[in-house]
Design a protein. Sequence first.
Length: 314
Amino acid sequence: MKAVWTVGGILGDKVASVDFVADLGFDTIVMGNASPEVRAAAQKRSVQIVTTIFPFADDGFKRNYSHALQKVRDYEYQIGGILAEQPWEQLTAGSYQWHPVSLTRSGMCFGHEETKVAIRARIDKALSWADGIALDGFGFMNYYACFCDRCEGIRAEMKTAEPDKPDLDILVEMSTKTLVDVHQMVYEYAKSIKFDAIVTDHVWPPFRPDEYIGHQFKLDYCTQTISWFYPPEWRLERVEFEAAEMKRLEDQSINRFVPFIGIYETGGHVRSAERLVKELEIALKYGEGSVVVSRLTTLQTQPQLAAAVKSMLK
């Protein structure tokens, strides 16, 4: 799989963008939705369209199933409120932080039946037209656990069963199982709807207790970051270490590891073509020819980066 994500949208004509993507050497495009004309263009160029699935709660879910929302600790709510008032770029690239302390989105708690019903409905809608689904945001808003009444109750039962087990170990065990279980549910349900559907993801938000948890997720392709969007750029030694470690952990009976490279186009955050070529070399080596690049608008506005990608994928 050689895929490009359309995070941030698509510039210009969407049908023409399919030809642009195909000409660069990609065989898959990840996007929110696609018109019949875009789907026809993709089919003509043998480009598969995979659409995104997010676990964030819409207004109706928040109103009707507030008990099924992820909850974070009180101080995390307070920090989140402060962060929500700050300029987004200052919180990320502007402060050399790739992730704030806590996300401000309302995430559904994966263990609730209401959440499972809502996610299945989103899969139904997606697979009514797309070649597959790409999960994004399937993690914890604070990167490590949910503190809703249900999750707290389960951890209390676990503690009763194993009173000598440290609380932190119980928290990590439950959180890990929660993420593994929701991916298994999504995979099985998607395949029951369309047996040949692509089921992939982007491992984000990161899981702080285990940054390499992706190798446990049941998927066709698990895309994990080897080089992030914002400065400071990771040293190439780190990029290769991340790719090598994720490849080492790969169990192809569970999923195929695909390296994810994030590239940005605003301000002073544009990567050099020479740097991107080196990252792609690493990605294609450890991904055994597979790679995911995000995002499409960067390639559309930075011809030198588009040329670099084309030279490596072709």
